[in-house]
Design a protein around this ligand. Sequence first.
Ligand code: ATP
Length: 337
Amino acid sequence: FFPPSSSTTTYRHRCRTKLFSPAQMEYCHFHATTPRRQRRKIVVIMGPTGCGKSRLSIDLATRFFPSEVVNSDKIQVYRGLDITTNKIPMPDRRGVPHHLLGEIVDRHLTPSDYRSFAARSVSSISDRRKLPLVVGGSNSFIHALVANRFDPDSDVFHETEPDPVSKDLRYDCCFLWVDVAIPVLNQYLEKRVDEMLDSGMFEELEEYFHSGEFRESGESTGLRQAIGVPEFEPYFRKFPSHTIGTNHEVDSMRRAAYEEAVRAIKENTCQLAKRQAGKIQRLRGAGWDLRRLDATEVFRAAMGGLGSGSDSGSASGVWERQVVEPSVKIVKRFLAE
Ligand code: ATP
């Protein structure tokens, strides 16, 4: 990354001297010409869990440089359980700075808290002349951040609220919505849970259950809500130690409790994705200009090619063509407006 620039002149100089690529120049041109009183521009990447938001954020951040990510997943804001909550691993971030990702400790973050914390991050990023990319699946957090007028007592997605979604936004927003057909996404999500378990999710949860953090936290606060925690709680209560039982009966009870927890995690993850898709439809219905990027074929290609290098290669090609390239065009146009 270039160090933060203190003046527009430096940016103009870098543009003239071609220190930026064409996409970077596009962005620095936007900064050099945008009067301060205009609303800040932000790109918001939305979509259900598992659809590829984090990957798209890095693909865009490395093209629209310099950019920084502000997390809008209400569970990933907390420190800990990195595998269970699916935080983007450090090497995959490719040096792109992330805000509000695993930063919150010892407190519960409400939408109202998120509104002020994330607004601070957005201001800091855009004051340093970088592009803020807001990325995550919690639509109530996204609404809280961007709504011009925010009522902390109203649940925007509650059916009985009369017209609760704010159309009046305090940022100039480019909304990118990564959509995947639900049956295809469900198939992928079930496989993802198995992969998370292979990567150490069970061991991570075991450590968490035996930690003071779990014992001292309130039941519906912070990481206690993460999918995986309530589902594995009965297992860890019944079998507090990891030692393998000596009799077959205990072993088969342990296996049955484990399998029940995994089944519940898969079911609850698919339900979360469905709920998130429904909330996105509500925002769209309320008039938010969401630009839809259909990633269904990417997931079909990736799952059709389990274990085959050529198909995973073709999934990457489909991702580039169907998601990244249209997103780049949309963001370029948005920044040039
Ligand atoms: P919002 O209502 O803010 O749009 P949301 O789309 O994240 O939130 P909710 O329907 O509120 O979805 O469900 C949130 C629940 O989903 C959490 O309480 C938690 O159980 C689970 N959840 C959400 N994100 C994650 C995550 N990254 N890791 C684990 N569990 C998660």
